[in-house]
Design a protein around this ligand. Sequence first.
Ligand SMILES: *Cc1c(COP(=O)(O)O)cnc(C)c1O
Ligand code: SF4
Length: 337
Amino acid sequence: MITASTGARITPAATPDWRQLWRESVTDAHELLGLLGLGHLGDRLPADDAGFALRVPRGFVARMEPGNPADPLLLQVLPQLAELDAPPGYVMDPVGDMNARAAQGVLHKYDGRALLVASGSCAINCRYCFRRHFPYGDEMAAAGQWRKALEHVAEDPSIRELILSGGDPLALSTTKLEELTAGLTRLPHVIRLRIHTRLPVVLPERIDDAFHAWFASVPLQKVVVLHANHAQELDDDVAAACARLREAGATVLNQSVLLRGVNDDAATLHALSERLFSMGVLPYYLHQLDRVQGSAHFEVDDARALGLIEDLRATLPGFLVPRLVREVAGDTSKRPV
Ligand SMILES: *Cc1c(COP(=O)(O)O)cnc(C)c1O
Ligand code: SF4
């Protein structure tokens, strides 16, 4: 809103600051269960959140169904006793990230694309995530004005695309992102900026005016790859955030993780693809779970996963069927299942 007399910008009181909303996230599992009328399940929680803190923004909690212990959004964030199981084959670094490190915070596994581990933080802690064990402490590309990361990219003209990942790169301040793009414009071989983020889904307020202004000004091809696993995550606020990303010039895609009990049925995946497209977002990847310690109870076997994709192919246009892939350490791309 612009006042006629002074031209000063007035932030409407109804627009909360995303950092404030982030600070107000639910971090206590008993509180989360209480908010959903599920307090009686408190004695089934693992001690110490099974070693990976619960964190979930209140806006995301509001999309959960009260009274439903199997709610697909709740299952993605609630610590479970099953996380303490340690079946063979579930390891700390399933995708070989520690071996693909090219410079501080830079993973260079695939031709033409360098991935920056931009931030160790996320607005939500997803129980199935490899991040629960990743040693972010000294691996942040954003450290020191992105200097080491930008040096690596400058020295390798084969890098055409820079991918910001994490953690969640949009957990960084917009000022920090501006620092990066200021450095990038001096590297003419980089033509594309890609951002992998879950923030527009779990905290859509992140796509605020300052972010939009910065992003729209970036003179590169732009891709945003969201991470949503279920249509119920995608309310009207998320749709509005996606519209702003597209208006700033980005192609918006989505990747999901196939998760037992959350989205491992054809109707759920079908609804997700349709909801994404209604927001102008195309499905990109459906990932088979990384076999990270503590996530075995989410795994869906390959035969069932392929059956689900067959069902989607039979009922959706081809452009709404995500590619089923898994990440295998040492491969030169994601591997089709
Ligand atoms: C997944 C990934 C990419 C991107 O792969 P695409 O198939 O282009 O989406 C790039 N670098 C690393 C290290 C990755 O893990
Ligand atoms: S990196 Fe992505 S999947 Fe992992 S905790 Fe953060 S938001 Fe969730």
